[in-house]
Design a protein. Sequence first.
Length: 259
Amino acid sequence: MKKLVSLFLVLLVAIPAIAQENHSAFDSGEWFQFRIHYGIFTASYATLEVKDDTIDNVPVHHVIGTGKSSGVLSLFFKVEDYYESYIDKKEVKPYRFIRKINEGGHTKDIEINFDHSENKAQVFNKKYNTKKSFSIKSNVQDMMSSFYYLRNTIETSSLKVGDEQYVNMFFDNENYLFKLKFLGREVIKTKMGKIACLKFRPYVQAERIFKEEESMTVWVSDDDNRMPVKIKADILVGSIDADLHAFKGLKHPFKIVVD
């Protein structure tokens, strides 16, 4: 349970939603809140927010993601996760990524600065006051920017069941290959109404985050916003879910399915 709650907090800011090619699916002012729960018991809430900002005089989307345990879980396993990404508005590529977490006493405080011209990432581990440089792959994204990058660049109208989408991702001090397998279309019932969704299975080629045998599924809205609606992880005694709980600032109209 402890690992899965932390996993969800990472997943909510790592899962790429999908959108049409050359389509702008989001803008500053967008805000999502997710409820992470096991049955009726709430384990945590997580949020994603997009703000206007600049970095080195370049206009950027400043994305902030937070997650914090609540209820009974917080008495046994405290989770406080904080993420930031500074993303170029034109190319949707990361300039800086910040990860500051406390998960049951396990802490990290890391800042990554990307040099795309040199294909290098400078990793500043603030906990140990160390700086190291790592090689990165071309068109690399950080854990958060991958979400926004793919919202704007992947075509969905021709998606077929079994299709796979990939993105290079650099996280902490390693390169990963992120893969989404398309499972089909489905209507999901939410507190906001019924939402038409695209259904995916995520994989990351690194043992510390996901394994292919784990049964995790993500649903994103099948509209111009491509917002994450639901994440589900099957376990031996049921499932843990992360559901869209509230939102505001969508760039495009929100659509519900009317029976």
